[in-house]
Design a binder for this molecule. Structure first.
Ligand code: SF4
Length: 464
């Protein structure tokens, strides 16, 4: 496995987005919550812009607007003013206060500032949760920010265990609102009592309404988060989540709630893991609907193998999406010649090799697996490895423009297509639509380049 570029401190076209963006997404899935970023305005603008383009929703993220004075003498006053304004404007139940590179570099004591604010403004602070999360942009990517925020939310809100009930905590990965709705459908079909954290299904994909709501309806209820300690199990989607930022690990350690980890349920094997876990924890049979969907997926693999067998795919993005997508591709006969993550994905090669041993052995050619890399490196390998289909977020679209190689979009951000927020790639049916999209891109490319390839192969140009 390669680990990014050979040059230290040089990242050309990052294949990731920054840590506070992940934290902001997590807070958007909590009922009646708002986010304020402690730092300069540009950070909040960048995140709002990216999220608004991906989700096609208005995205409000406040900023403490640190200026030169605040940077030199400390930004406590800016943050307190910001908190005061945000409370007046939104009257939120939860305020997520997240840091940026600047706030972390000058060593701001976030919790101390929030405590001071609570003492100075007791009325404004009453019946409100202030949750601070350390998210310097250089501390990781959206992946770490997302889980770090979820862990802080659980740490702050979950109450002591009083009993053990039959509820199952579902910590969903950073997926689309459409995906989250599909996961909820599966849980409902199983007739499972669950607590989903976070729940962006409505907050980041709200139905049309004539009246503008400052905080969109939906999200995980505070009461539900308080009771997560009483649940009989936690399923946490995420194979690359360190224990220090894992909400599931925290619930296990503090309240003895058994933790089951699973990958994002993209593809047949990954969906099997999720569905079998539900069945095992609740001692319920898998609904026949899903047995049929699984069978259809297998049937579709047989139908499309003749096209998929021609694929030389490059996959890029966040580690969870990349890992699950790579497994799904192997299963469908789409050979990934390049698997690359823009952030650290410790163990991804070993995990893929042990789980996909059969596929790895079947191919003489080795799959190149790179973590913590950038688009410049990915682009170099795409050319070297003669890739004919790419799978990842919209930031890789320049490869289509330069090389004519199609891009099947998944992950974050998808800002150059409509419907990214509604797209479903999880569960048997969702995964199959996603795989069909890859297959159709392979077919499309094959027929759009067929004549020129044949001409070049069989006809030599006659000299004039
Ligand atoms: S990387 Fe740092 S400076 Fe840039 S947007 Fe993220 S938090 Fe702000």
């Amino acid at each position: 496995m390669k680990s990014g570029r050979n040059f230290v401190n040089l990242n050309v076209n990052p294949c990731k987005v920054c840590m506070p963006l992940g934290a902001a997404t997590a807070f958007k899935g909590i009922e009646n919550s708002v986010v304020i970023m402690h730092g300069s305005q540009g950070c909040s603008t960048y995140i709002r812009r990216h999220m608004a383009a991906h989700y096609n929703e208005p995205i409000d993220i406040a900023s403490s607007s640190l200026n030169e004075k605040g940077t030199v003498y400390g930004g406590a006053n800016n943050l307190k003013k910001g908190l005061n304004n945000i409370i007046k404007l939104y009257n939120p139940g939860v305020v997520g206060i997240i840091t940026t590179c600047l706030a972390e570099t000058i060593g701001e004591n976030l919790q101390g500032i929030v405590q001071e604010f609570a003492t100075e403004k007791p009325e404004e602070s009453e019946d409100r949760e202030f949750i601070t999360v350390s998210t310097p942009g250089y501390g990781g990517s959206e992946h770490e920010g997302y889980y770090a925020a979820l862990k802080s939310i659980v740490e702050k809100i979950t109450l002591k265990k009083t009993t053990t009930n039959k509820k199952v905590n579902i910590i969903v990965g950073n997926m689309t609102p459409g995906d989250v709705r599909r996961i909820k459908n599966i849980l409902e079909d199983f007739d499972i009592d669950f607590i989903m954290l976070p729940d962006i299904s409505d907050t980041l994909d709200a139905p049309f309404s004539m009246q503008y709501k400052k905080i969109p309806a939906g999200g995980t209820k505070i009461k539900d988060i308080q009771e997560m300690s009483d649940s009989c199990a936690t399923i946490e989607m995420g194979m690359f989540v360190g224990d220090e930022i894992s909400p599931g690990k925290y619930l296990e350690k503090e309240f003895n709630v058994p933790l089951y980890k699973c990958p994002l349920p993209i593809g047949l094997g990954n969906t099997d893991i999720f569905v079998n876990l539900l069945s095992f924890i609740t001692v319920k049979n898998t609904p026949i609907k899903y047995t049929k969907e699984r069978g259809r997926m297998l049937d579709a693999f047989v139908d499309s193998h003749k096209f998929n067998g021609e694929a030389r795919a490059a996959i890029f993005g966040d580690p969870e999406t990349v890992y699950s997508t790579a497994k799904a591709c192997f299963e469908a006969g789409i050979f990934p010649v390049l698997i690359s993550s823009g952030t650290k994905a410790a163990g991804i090669e070993e995990m893929l090799k042990s789980e996909m041993q059969y596929y790895f052995e079947k191919h003489d050619e080795k799959t190149m697996i790179i973590e913590d890399t950038d688009f410049e490196t990915i682009y170099d390998y795409i050319k070297q490895l003669k890739v004919n289909v790419t799978i990842g977020n919209s930031n890789g679209k320049f490869i289509t423009e330069k090389e004519g190689i199609p891009l099947v979009r998944i992950g974050f951000p998808v800002h150059d297509r409509m419907g990214a927020q509604r797209k479903v790639s999880v569960g048997y049916e969702g995964s199959l639509s996603f795989i069909d999209e890859i297959t159709n891109s392979i077919i499309e490319r094959k027929y759009s380049t067929y004549r020129s390839r044949m001409f070049n192969k069989y006809y030599e140009e006659v000299p004039q």
